[in-house]
Design a protein around this ligand. Structure first.
Ligand code: BGC
Length: 754
């Protein structure tokens, strides 16, 4: 059929396209490009990694960064941005990356990665933001908006419950629905509902047995029907093994291209496993994407300017964990020993598909020397340990001797790229033994010892923490990290990062410990919603440093928080913060909500809002944090909805997840939950039912009768069937049936758009 003969109507805009052409459209053209379809005006799109810098391969290609990519700015990876707690930093990164993508002709950037750091061992934690969904969602939203503002689209990944690398292609993440809804989905939900990402990338893993890319509940019911996603769902690379199942579940595009797919889909069509409308739906989304995104940059990127941005963002991400005797910032005139292989050969990013071919890399030793010179400090260096296995004892002795004749020793320790990469999880949190030995030996001889850490996931600080004076958590900071560290060490920049994940005392203390990385194809998310700090705060298990921790060179005072209810189940918290020190600095206001309202076990507190503010010495500002309905809600599995329970909610302003400094309580009336009753429903639920509770009391003869508490507890736990039998009560015929019928017609629980 030619286009002219086609029944081309507004309802069926693809009716004139031969089905053979349609079948080839839903799989890519090449490794990084989508198919085009001139007859429908759909152009080919260029995709490229990644979350913190462009990995555009104009030569040979792969998805594990085995082949090089074109030079691009390596901005701070997700672990660093997570620690910045700065939506501005995330936006600066997104905008700069968007400009680089547009200049390179890249239509879709494969990032941000917003999976939750369920275990500190996950090999891809360097790419992800946090163990907390609110923080991850807010940063990802900011990044997405800013990047898409430059023309290209994003691909928010990896949807969903991709929280480990061990068996990532096949593992089933076995997660209960409340946990999915409260912990593993909200970052995606926030970005989808607030920033309209162009695409979402489904993950490799299964969720409760079904592959994410073939998961209708996830890709269609939740993503589209509930959240209103209008963009395109793309598969993670080479994940799809059944294209028909993927298409009907809601996957629109399989990447990379697979020439065998068209024939497979035509067979599926013949066999009735897919319909032509399924292909049309996906192609129309591809068409909409091609219309929407643009990679029309002018091709000119100011590399110097982007390097400067990378440095400035990196400086926002550094977390000062410890600073005894205010050993930092390093005073002018000091003689500084810079020790450790990472000072000369920096670890600044992770391995795998996110790997960026950086335009240049700041070397910490050089940057420290440059900044030191401006304040009359002098610098000497020693390797201390080698990454290639050279004589460790000799290197250590030389470094210790240098440390002994210096005013302050700065030891750069951490993990090399080989230990942390896509495709593999770590098995330990420990630093390599030779580095621990070096830190301890230096600390014993040096007047003052500072440790600067470089790594993608967190490392244990045990065995040496108490022996050193200061610890600067540098994670992986991108190509400008060297200068950022130098600026923090000498106080040109106030350290303002806060931990986006807990540093435990022992790996065995971590809530994921017993169920990571799973066995026999399944990983059971046994800790439920008690992920990261939610568990530590609830159980009282001691930690080395809590989520939210981070020091500054100045001091801040937090006045009493006030909370004003702004609607039935919304509020605003207001808190005044004053810089009471003598240096300018940045403070992160962290607002948590604590409650035991509702039918479910709530974590001790949950982060519900935050703001990073900059204050000059003596300056004060009042910060307002909105607390929407969701800040008080839990996912109720009985009604399959978000529920705000009646009760008290303590709004806490904290300096970290374990340390409230001020709080205020509000009381919410909560939702009316009218579940349908049956004869198998426990009597307690009948009595508590908002519409038929009183009538049940009458029917059972409890009205006006004092029943002892223990007896009542026993009655409440029986099903109505059991109670009727055991009690021998002669309940007038049909009364209970009438009550059951009344609960079926009861008004639904208010959803308010959730
Ligand atoms: C990764 C994705 C990446 C893709 C393309 C996959 O292995 O999981 O994050 O975007 O490769 O490189």
């Amino acid at each position: 059929m030619t286009p002219d003969e086609s029944p081309h109507t507004a309802d069926r805009p693809l009716a004139h396209i031969p089905v053979e052409d349609k079948a080839r459209m839903v799989s890519g053209l090449t490794f990084w490009m989508t198919e085009s379809l001139d007859a429908a005006g759909i152009r080919s799109l260029q995709l490229a990694d990644g979350p913190y810098g462009l990995r555009h391969q104009s030569g040979s290609h792969d998805h594990l960064a085995l082949f090089p990519s074109d030079p691009a700015t390596c901005f701070p990876p997700g672990v660093a941005i997570g620690s910045s707690w700065s939506v501005e930093a995330a936006a600066r990164l997104g905008a700069a990356l968007g400009r680089e993508a547009a200049a390179a002709g890249v239509d879709v950037v494969l990032g941000p990665g917003v999976n939750i750091k369920r275990s500190p061992l996950c090999g891809r934690n360097f790419e992800y933001y946090s163990e907390d969904p609110h923080l991850a969602g807010a940063l990802g939203t900011s990044y997405t908006r800013a990047l898409q503002n430059e023309g290209p689209g994003v691909s928010v990944k990896h949807f969903a419950a991709n929280n480990q690398e061990t068996n990532r292609q096949t593992i089933s993440a076995d997660v209960d629905e409340r946990t999915l809804r409260e912990i593993y989905l909200p970052a995606f939900e926030a970005i989808v509902t607030q920033a309209a990402p162009a695409t979402v990338m489904s993950s490799y893993n299964r969720i409760n047995g079904t592959f994410a890319w073939a998961n209708h509940w996830l890709l269609t019911e939740v993503l589209r029907d509930e959240w209103g996603f209008k963009g395109l769902v793309v598969s993670d690379w080479s994940s799809v093994s059944d294209p028909a199942a993927a298409l009907t579940a809601g996957l629109d595009l399989e990447m990379p291209g697979d020439p065998a797919r068209a024939a497979e889909l035509l067979t599926a069509l013949e066999e009735g496993r897919i319909e032509e409308a399924d292909l049309d739906r996906a192609i129309l989304r591809l068409a909409a994407l091609a219309e929407r995104v643009s990679a029309a940059g002018d091709g000119a990127i100011d590399e110097d300017e982007h390097h400067r941005i990378a440095r400035e963002i990196a400086a926002e991400c550094i977390v000062l964990l410890r600073n005894q005797y205010s050993v930092l910032p390093i005073p002018g005139g000091a003689h500084v020993a810079v020790i450790g292989a990472f000072a000369q050969n920096p670890r600044y990013q992770g391995g795998g598909s996110a790997h960026v071919n950086a335009t240049r890399v700041d070397v910490p030793l050089e940057e420290i020397s440059a900044v030191a010179a401006t304040v009359g400090a002098t610098v000497d260096s020693a390797l201390g340990f080698a990454l290639d296995g050279a004589d460790g004892d000799a290197l250590r002795e030389e470094a210790v001797a240098l440390a002994a004749r210096s005013d302050i020793a700065v030891v750069f320790a951490g993990l090399d790229e080989a230990r942390e990469s896509e495709g593999i999880d770590r098995s330990t949190l420990d630093l390599p033994e030779d580095q621990v030995a070096l830190i301890r030996a230096v600390a014993e001889r040096a007047q003052r010892t500072v440790v600067v850490l470089s790594h993608g996931g967190i490392v244990s600080l045990e065995g040496w923490h108490d022996e050193v004076d200061a610890i600067v958590e540098g994670f992986v900071l991108g190509q400008g990290g060297g200068r950022a560290i130098a600026d923090v060490l000498f106080g040109n920049v106030d350290p303002s990062g806060r931990l986006a994940e807990t540093i435990p005392l022992r790996l065995e203390d971590h809530p994921s410990w017993l169920n990571f990385p799973g066995e026999q194809g399944h990983v059971r998310y046994g800790e439920g919603v008690m992920v990261g700090y939610r568990y530590f705060a609830t159980s009282g298990t001691p930690v080395r440093y809590p989520f939210g921790h981070g020091l500054s060179y100045t001091t801040f005072r937090t006045d009493d928080v006030t909370v004003e209810q702004t609607g039935e189940d919304t509020a605003v918290a207001r808190v005044r913060v004053t810089n009471t020190g003598e240096r300018s600095g940045k403070h992160v206001v962290q607002v948590y909500v604590q409650t035991d309202a509702g039918k479910v076990r709530r974590p001790a507190r949950e982060l519900r809002g935050f703001a990073k503010i900059s204050l000059e010495p003596g300056e004060a500002r009042t910060v307002e944090i909105d607390l929407p309905r969701r800040a008080f809600a839990y996912w109720d599995i009985e009604t399959g909805s978000w529920v705000v329970a009646e009760g008290e909610y303590r709004v806490q302003v904290c300096t970290d997840s374990l340390t409230p400094v001020s709080d205020a309580v509000i009381r919410l009336d909560g939702d009316v939950i009218a579940v349908e009753l049956t004869m198998d429903t426990p009597v307690g639920e009948w009595l508590a039912h908002p519409t038929v509770g009183d009538r049940t009391r009458d029917a059972l003869g409890f009205t006006g009768v004092e029943v002892p508490e223990e007896q009542m507890a026993m009655v409440a736990s029986m099903t109505m069937n059991q109670f009727v039998k055991i009690s021998g009560l002669d309940i007038a015929g049909g009364v209970l049936d009438d009550l059951i019928a009344a609960t079926r017609t009861a008004p639904p629980v208010p959803h308010e758009g959730e």
